[in-house]
Design a protein around this ligand. Structure first.
Ligand code: AMP
Length: 265
């Protein structure tokens, strides 16, 4: 697996692959990789000739009070996982490499960014489109894979790519969950064993709301009863039932397709 830390090194390899007619696939991540990320790599490999992953903890999508400093950074372990997954190249840019011309956004999020996450993290999608547009311009992929775990983000990226005629196919990948249905997340590493048990209730309650057995408001109450401390939202959009809720200092998000039952129920 090639490791590129600069745009120059990245583009040298991409140029060679493209001149050989290869279709380039790209999977951006913030690292601390788990099976959810690896499933994106595997999907990318079925849809492209070359798979490029990036690991970059993007400062512009964190507010000053958020977890940028404590976000897990596990570069060495991550590179081993990517190599084992058969990724062709990992891009590990510094902040200076990504924001070489300053942090001013070159694109703004569209309508998909309105509401939900933006009501609670108003800075978030501005930071996401800012970094994804820069990563896209560095990698110049034919196809990019994003997880349905961050459903609103997937919609925001789709909209941005279409609005700017970027010519990049955006593919959504299904959510990978643990044996209890908890959506895998790098932030799960913050949870104590007691919090983990509570976190595992989130998907069960979301499935009830998704089936219409309970209203989104009742689902929010149930999350509080289960032990979540604060509910940012439970709401339906894009045919999904989506939620964001706090367990201590950790904010978890998840979503399930409307109309589906909890597997195993
Ligand atoms: P992150 O490193 O959290 O920025 O995530 C990188 C990509 O992996 C994003 O497109 C996420 O939606 C996706 N992802 C994260 N967790 C999961 C999961 N449990 N299942 C599927 N995709 C995921």
């Amino acid at each position: 697996m090639l490791i590129a830390r600069t745009k120059k090194n990245l583009q040298e390899a991409v140029r060679v692959w493209k001149s050989g007619g290869a279709r380039i696939g790209f999977v951006p991540t913030m690292g601390a990789l788990h099976e959810g990320h690896i499933s994106l790599m595997n999907l990318c490999k079925t849809r492209a000739d070359r798979t490029i992953a990036s690991i970059f903890v993007n400062p512009t999508q964190f507010a000053p009070h958020e977890d940028f400093d404590r976000y897990p950074r596990l570069e060495e372990q991550d590179c081993i996982k990517l190599e084992d997954a058969g990724v062709d190249m990992v891009y590990l840019p510094s902040a200076g490499e990504i924001y070489e011309d300053g942090m001013e956004p070159r694109v703004t999020p569209g309508k998909a960014a309105e509401g939900l996450e933006s009501d609670f993290r108003p800075h978030f999608f501005g930071g996401v489109v800012n970094v994804v547009e820069r990563l896209f311009s560095h990698v110049q992929p034919d196809i990019a894979i994003f997880g349905e775990k961050d459903y609103q983000q997937l919609e925001v990226i789709r909209e941005m790519t279409a609005a700017h005629d970027m010519g990049i196919e955006i593919v959504g990948a299904p959510i990978i969950r643990d044996d209890h249905g908890l959506a895998l997340s790098s932030r799960n590493a913050y949870l104590s064993p007691a919090e983990l048990a509570i976190a595992r209730q989130m998907n069960v309650i979301l499935y009830e709301a998704a089936r219409g057995t309970i209203t989104p408001e009742a689902a929010a109450d149930k999350l509080l009863e289960a032990g979540f401390h604060k509910i940012d939202y439970v709401a339906s959009r894009w045919g999904r039932m989506l939620a964001a809720a706090w367990l201590g200092k950790t904010r978890l998000i998840d979503n399930v397709a409307v109309g589906t039952a909890c597997p195993g129920s």
